[in-house]
Design a protein around this ligand. Structure first.
Ligand code: 5RP
Length: 227
């Protein structure tokens, strides 16, 4: 199966976690796009979605799925999103699509995070994928120096030769060379550096379940009993 077919498979499999009659949290990325397409098939059985990016909002609305502002909901039963990396405890690196801040917000509103990913995303230790960090532009160099001090090389993400601007009007640093052995400690520490809006380690908002697309079908990894 191609990677695209694996993404379709897990996108469809995620429908089993959508609670009829409720609002579902929706992430961002190519795997989530497959989920959104599948969700359109049951749009009459849900109230709508809270979206984690302008891109997902556009796709949801184009398919006739109502999108609610996060401020309109107190709690979501489930949040469905992809990942750039996921370890065997459900900790993730996210933000390859620059939507990490809103993703973390919607994840924090949700009782359950269901990660959908193809098997290439499963890793033993986070850090192989360049770690996305959303930053306030005036702090970018200082934050890059902080990362240098712990062995990371940060570069400003560009789009069409200019700094990429997120949905929140901020910039993204991509940090290479890190080995994130303790994701909880790492997320807590980096989140406190002045100017960091969101670090792309999702340890506090980790996945409870991962639907992993493999050549033999969808494998369900359950992390509820894992720290
Ligand atoms: C976007 C994300 C995505 O979930 C992550 O980049 C995975 O994307 P894809 O499904 O396209 O591989 O965090 O900010």
């Amino acid at each position: 199966m191609t990677q695209d077919e694996l993404k379709t498979l897990v996108g469809q499999a995620a429908l089993q976690y959508v609670v009829p009659g409720e609002i579902v949290g929706v992430g961002t990325g190519s795997t989530v796009n497959k989920f959104i397409d599948a969700l359109a098939g049951m749009k009459d059985r849900i109230r709508g979605a809270v979206s984690s990016s302008l891109a997902s909002t556009e796709r949801l609305q184009a398919l006739g799925i109502p999108v609610f502002d996060a401020n309109e909901v107190e709690r979501l039963a489930v949040y469905i999103d992809g990942a750039d990396e996921i370890d065997r405890s459900g900790h993730m690196v996210k933000g390859g699509g620059a939507a990490l801040t809103r993703e973390k917000i919607v994840a924090s509103l949700s009782a359950r995070f269901v990660c959908i990913a193809d098997e290439s995303k499963l890793v033993d230790v986070l850090g192989g994928f360049p770690l996305p960090v959303e930053v306030i532009p005036m702090a970018a160099s200082a934050i890059a120096r902080h990362f240098q001090a712990i062995g990371g090389a940060a570069t400003l993400r560009l789009k069409d030769g200019q700094p990429l601007v997120t949905d929140n009007g901020q910039h993204i640093l991509d940090v290479r060379g890190l080995k994130i052995a303790d994701p909880v400690k790492f997320e807590a520490e980096v989140s406190q550096w002045p100017g960091v809006v969101t670090v792309g380690v999702f340890a506090f908002q980790k996945a409870q379940v991962c639907l992993l697309g493999t050549s033999t079908g969808v494998q369900t990894l359950d992390f509820t009993a894992v720290q």
